[in-house]
Design a protein around this ligand. Structure first.
Ligand code: C5P
Length: 480
């Protein structure tokens, strides 16, 4: 492996390629443009007329064609079976089709292997893409995540396209970038997200030269420190690393949050909570056949929001009972009318919310709980499903996540609808209930997503998780 690995990830048109190339040049390092690899496989598949949804055939293309990637004069040259395709892979149709290749798990695995191979032969390397800091080089020496405002990115892309003679409007360009972001952020494998220990740089108001200077300043700062510190994963030493780098960059807030809020976090009445959880677990074991997946995706400290689909009255219990940390929930205020029940649900961290109006006091409480470093469970469909399907999420919850500086964990509940649909007075014992916790979207990434995008990405993610879970357990998936 190279002695120095620097990863630069970020969304489309955030300036990664240019900046990575310039940084590599200044450091005398090799440069790897991993997007070019996805583009090359896309072009080869298009040339061979392969069905873009047929993963096996696409894999066949990667295995039978000879792809060569070489860094020449600070530029990646790409050839397929000896034919130079460096320019062709930049064509619009290739850009549009690349998402098929990018979401094919086996192809990603092979390309990541090739990227590591490439790095193994270099002394220093700057590599850019979407998953370099998270999947390809999780132990990289320095990880950057570049981002910029969507209109700024569209402006940059327009200038680039104009210089090539294209006359696409700003709206078309912006829409295309948003679609690519959405597809990159929501795919199941190697999704676009900052690594927990990445240095996030907002390039909106910076020139290319300014960004390169800032990244160089980080690299130099790191070099000056001892090798021991240089190799320390930021995740474990967020605070000292923060000092070490200086104040010009924001470390991924998700890490900062966990460290800070773990200190601030007030301990809820743990003994009562543990007893209540134990009772709920017994209840689940007696009445249902529970399957729980992906618990490791739920942070055990720091602010996070569990975003779940809503199938039955038992959903808050299903979402929270298998987690170590006490969760906070929202419930309509009328449920607190009965004194005993009101006391019971309050004692397990349920906050009353007025129905049919923007309840500012409840929102403030939730944000406060998140800021203290707690987990909150939300059901953004706002009501229980009437047919088992996941309805589009209402975007309002994005504000809570951003203000609370929380990571977002998608959760899918399956089987609770069959167990206790809306029209039934009581649940059917013996039902199979599946709970799947998906990969978290870090707080820093949530901060940069609009409410609408966050709601759409999560609706899509939960529907895909639901489909996967139903197929896995031999149930017919819902048609969306
Ligand atoms: O960076 P570039 O726009 O050239 O990448 C082309 C496409 O390849 C992206 O839209 C993205 O979907 C995919 N890609 C990826 N992982 C990478 C690099 C690129 O999925 N590491």
């Amino acid at each position: 492996m190279a002695n120095l690995v620097i990863t630069i990830d970020g969304p489309a048109a955030s300036g990664k390629s240019t900046i990575a190339r310039m940084l590599a040049e200044r450091l005398g390092a090799s440069f790897l443009d991993t997007g070019a690899m996805y583009r090359a496989v896309t072009l080869a598949a298009m040339q061979a007329g392969v069905d873009m949804s047929d993963e096996e055939k696409l894999l066949g293309i990667l295995e039978t064609k000879k792809f060569q990637f070489a860094a020449k004069e600070g530029k990646m040259t790409v050839s397929i079976d000896g034919v130079d395709v460096t320019e062709q892979i930049r064509r619009q149709e290739v850009t549009a089709n690349a998402r098929h290749i990018a979401s094919a798990a086996k192809i990603r695995e092979k390309l990541v292997q090739m990227q590591r191979q490439f790095a193994a032969n270099e002394e220093k390397i700057v590599t850019e893409g979407r998953d370099q800091g998270t999947a390809a080089f999780p132990n990289a020496d320095i990880k950057f995540f570049l981002d910029a405002d969507i209109t700024e990115r569209a402006k940059r892309r327009k200038a680039e396209l104009q210089s090539k003679g294209s006359s696409e409007s700003m709206e078309q360009i912006q829409r295309a970038i948003e679609e690519r972001d959405k597809s990159d952020e929501s795919r199941a494998v190697g999704p676009l997200r900052p690594a927990d220990d990445a240095i996030v740089v907002d390039t909106t108001d910076l020139t290319i030269e300014q960004v390169v200077e800032k990244l160089l300043c980080c690299v130099e700062e790191k070099k000056r420190k001892s090798t021991a510190v240089l190799r320390t994963p930021y995740g474990e030493n967020a605070k000292s690393a923060e000092k070490e780098i200086g104040s010009c960059f924001r470390r991924n807030d998700n890490v900062k949050n966990s460290a800070d809020s773990a200190v601030k976090s007030k301990k809820p009445k743990m003994r009562w909570f543990r007893f209540a959880r134990w009772c709920c677990k017994i209840f689940c074991r007696v009445f249902f056949r529970m399957r729980v997946y992906g618990r490791e995706n739920v942070p055990d400290k720091g602010a996070f929001v569990l975003v779940s689909n809503h199938q039955s009255f038992l959903d808050p219990l299903f979402c929270g009972v298998y987690l170590k940390m006490p969760m906070y929930f929202l419930a309509r205020d009328t449920l607190f009318a009965n004194r005993f029940f009101g006391w019971l649900i309050s004692s397990v961290n349920t906050i009353p919310v007025k129905r049919g109006e923007a309840d500012l006091s409840a929102m403030k409480k939730i944000i406060g709980k998140l800021k203290e470093g707690n987990g909150v469970c939300l059901f953004p469909e706002a009501t229980r499903t009437s047919d088992g399907k996941i309805a589009p999420f209402k975007p309002g919850f994005g504000l809570l996540c951003r203000r609370g500086e929380a990571a977002v964990v998608p959760v899918v509940i399956d089987g609770a609808f069959e167990c206790w649909p809306r029209h039934k007075k009581i649940f059917s014992p013996g039902s199979e209930i599946t709970i799947c916790y998906g990969k978290a979207i870090p707080a820093e990434q949530v901060k940069n997503m609009s409410d609408r995008t966050l709601a759409e990405v999560l609706t899509d993610t939960l529907r895909r998780m639901q489909t996967k879970s139903r197929i896995k357990h031999g149930k017919k998936p819902y048609n969306y």
